[in-house]
Design a protein around this ligand. Structure first.
Ligand SMILES: Cc1cc2nc3c(=O)[nH]c(=O)nc-3n(C[C@H](O)[C@H](O)[C@H](O)COP(=O)(O)OP(=O)(O)OC[C@H]3O[C@@H](n4cnc5c(N)ncnc54)[C@H](O)[C@@H]3O)c2cc1C
Length: 376
């Protein structure tokens, strides 16, 4: 590809969707990626010994209710129909999430019917008094103290590194309790993992004659030495784009501890949340369960698990979750105002928008900006 019309910075799911959409509209696109391979945080590695697809940056399950997004991704990969269930370990027992009839009946030793659950939860929640002034009071006002203390309090403390009493009430808008035995973690019926693995999604998205990919290139360095007036779709951190002139935006980071265990099945499911204070990690992932169709991998005598530890983010750490506070919103607005002054610049993706997006939302937003750029 000789000439270039547009530069896309970052080959995560946002950047690859933008690049593909622009390429199909006839634009010649150069994708620059800082890491050694495309995929962003959805990138996986296949374990050579067992064939297990290891999700390098934490478990990723594709789920959506968005028709155009589902149609788009299915042009490139076929999903295996995996439906996500999450269990919780608390006080030596295993429970089924989400908060619903299964969990409530098991936890309280009851046999409530769907029609009886809302009144039961309302009675539990009714023991809270006054206007909630923090996260803890707000959560108790939704589900009552026993469920809160077992499944929310310590998990939240580990996740955010803060006592929930010191978190604002506003970050928890609702805490739905399902009046059914539906154990599907996500409400979306379109779910799955690509049969050929996540990396194949990115290889296929970028496999177009109008797309060139260069890895191991940091655009923030590259632009210092390369003069161009081309439009740029940028999906790196918005604060880095402006040299952190208003200071870095705060993130919560994670540390993953991966272990091979010589047993075919270690925990019997893909994800277990550890909701108590007895262990410092929040979740254990066992990746082979994401591909139940891979009979050889499932039967392999070893498995790979990964403990997930939340950690304080310091510059240089991988940013995972934006920390939404009035101060961070104010800082973000300053960076957004800088970006708005730059013609030919579109900032997007989770790092660019400083927002947690699921993969389908990232794809949806990428389709929208790319199509808008091309006048649809
Ligand atoms: C722990 C965790 C679990 C998750 N699980 C799920 C899930 O189960 N289901 C779901 O739908 N979503 C999940 N998500 C969300 C999902 O990870 C995001 O939706 C997705 O990664 C966003 O894609 P992106 O392209 O915006 O960002 P990224 O994946 O971060 O991609 C951005 C890319 O830009 C590159 N880049 C940055 N700066 C530069 C630069 N200066 N020059 C060149 N390249 C640069 C980066 O290296 C990266 O490759 C999860 C997120 C987390 C944190």
């Amino acid at each position: 590809m000789q000439e270039i019309d547009i530069i896309v910075v970052g080959a995560g799911i946002w950047g690859c969707t933008v690049a593909r959409t622009l390429a199909e509209k006839g634009r010649k696109v150069l994708v620059l990626e800082r890491r050694a391979a495309p995929g962003g945080n959805v990138r996986c590695e296949t374990d050579a010994e067992s064939g297990i697809e290891v999700h390098t940056y934490g478990s990723h399950i594709f789920h959506t209710h968005l028709d155009d997004v589902w149609e788009f991704v299915n042009r490139f990969v076929t999903f295996n129909g995996y439906q996500h269930k999450v269990l919780a370990r608390y006080n030596g027992k295993t429970y089924f999430l989400p908060l619903g009839l299964t969990l409530v009946n098991q936890f309280y030793g009851l046999d409530l019917k769907p029609s009886e659950l809302p009144a039961f939860i309302a009675k539990e929640a009714g023991t809270a008094h006054g206007e909630p002034s923090n996260f803890e009071e707000q959560a108790i006002s939704f589900i009552g103290r026993p469920l809160y203390e077992a499944f929310i309090r310590e998990y939240t403390r580990k996740q955010w590194g803060m006592d929930p009493k010191n978190l604002p009430a506003s970050i928890i808008k609702r805490l739905p309790v399902r009046a059914s035995y539906d154990l599907n973690y996500y409400p979306d019926y379109r779910q799955g993992i690509p049969l050929t693995g996540y990396n194949s999604l990115f290889e296929r998205l970028l496999d177009h004659p109008n797309i060139a990919l260069e890895c191991n290139v940091d655009w923030l360095e590259w632009r210092r030495t390369t003069n161009h007036e081309l439009p740029v779709f940028y999906s790196g951190p918005i604060d880095a784009l402006f040299g952190y002139k208003y200071g870095p935006l705060p993130w919560r980071s994670l540390r993953f501890e991966t272990e091979r265990i010589d047993v075919a099945d270690w925990q019997g499911t893909s994800v277990v949340n550890y909701t108590g204070a007895d262990v410092p990690f929040t979740r254990i992932h066992e990746f082979k369960h994401y591909h139940p169709e891979q009979k050889d991998v499932m039967a392999h005598p070893s498995t790979i698990i990964c403990r997930e530890y939340p950690k304080t983010w310091t510059p240089g750490d991988e940013p995972y979750y934006p920390v939404d506070t009035p101060a961070s919103r104010e800082k973000l607005a300053l960076y957004q105002a800088e970006a708005a002054k730059c013609p030919n610049l579109v900032v997007g993706g989770r790092l660019g928008e400083y927002k947690y997006y699921d993969m389908d939302q990232s794809v949806g937003r990428a389709l929208a900006v790319a199509l808008q750029f091309c006048g649809r």
